[in-house]
Write a protein that binds this ligand. Sequence first.
Ligand code: NAD
Ligand code: DAU
Length: 351
Amino acid sequence: MKNILITGGAGFIGSHVVRLFVTKYPDYHIINLDKLTYAGNLANLKDIENYPNYTFVKADICDYDTICELFKRYDIDGVIHLAAESHVDRSIKDPFTFARTNVMGTLALLQAAKMHWNGQWEGKRFYHISTDEVYGALDFDDTFFTETTKYDPHSPYSASKASSDHFVRAFHDTYGMPTIVTNCSNNYGPYQFPEKLIPLFINNIRHGKPLPVYGKGENVRDWLYVVDHARAIDIIFHNGKIADTYNIGGFNEWKNIDLIKVIIKTVDKLLGNPEGTSERLITYVTDRAGHDLRYAIDSSKLKNELGWEPSLQFEEGIEKTVRWYLDNQEWMDNITTGEYEKYYESMYGVK
Ligand code: NAD
Ligand code: DAU
């Protein structure tokens, strides 16, 4: 395969996937298609933007005619589809945008791939990146989500991702398209948009702002370092079984409030503050509507079949992450000032 279309490559996970593919596979032409919504940021790819095997195209995945034209222009062999609206809180306020991008956008890409490949499936692949949230919520004493767990999405975000997963599988079952779906747990690491828990809290601690903990802070998430997710995507894109599903996770569950205390401790340490200084910033706020209690992924299939495991221990990953955000304050300031500042105030009612 030579011409790979990566959608959403200017976002958080997508930028790590683009970087990995551009630097590891000089024989591939990587076409990064991104609409550059509020979450897309070409500064995430500054270090690789001049590579000869990299092309950026600003486009909307919902624009079917443009997508068809791009498949033709670049003779696309493989798709790694990450473009999406990804923030649960936004989906609660504005579900239509999530249905449009995540469902109709995925459908437009599938249909464009189908038209371009025209039944010649040899060497082709459509790889869709999904989330563990489609499986719903676990109780504290449940085991893990596996690849056979029934879909039970609760938020407009997870409902839209579940719907897109179904469309991808339907294109395999109906037309024979070589598809793969993976469902991953919460990612953390550099370049994550600071509306998500970890970068938001690192930045707020640095500025002495309140840390809005939803509900009692008891919800549990399973955290994976983003570079390990990108490594898994590389392995699965090349060696995963067609029409199969793989769960990707870190076996690394944290109750939100415990994770928040680790973040506080790490930021205070790196800023030279006495231990516990920023705990006063913890502010319990109204819970997220329909807040899923616990996500936990069983990724043993991926380990047993394709040999993937997370490479980084959480303690190392979180320190690396905090250090990155503190060292890249300009990246953060460029995002958190201006338009986003106004949005943040209107969303959370605080400065
Ligand atoms: P993100 O919000 O950081 O980035 C999304 C990217 O998609 C942005 O660059 C944005 O500009 C682009 N985009 C949005 N709408 C578009 C459109 N209509 N056309 C073209 N581009 C568009 O998201 P992320 O956290 O990097 O997530 C990437 C993918 O991984 C998503 O599909 C998400 O559902 C999935 N996922 C995320 C996580 C996580 O923890 N962040 C975990 C599992 C799965
Ligand atoms: O599980 C995978 C999913 O992880 C991805 O599919 C989503 O795209 C990604 O955004 C993430 O969803 P979450 O809702 O789990 O992530 P978020 O960072 O928004 O929140 C993590 C937890 O922290 C969640 O239980 C809500 C809580 N939280 C979040 C924010 C932003 C707070 O308590 N306060 C906050 O201000």
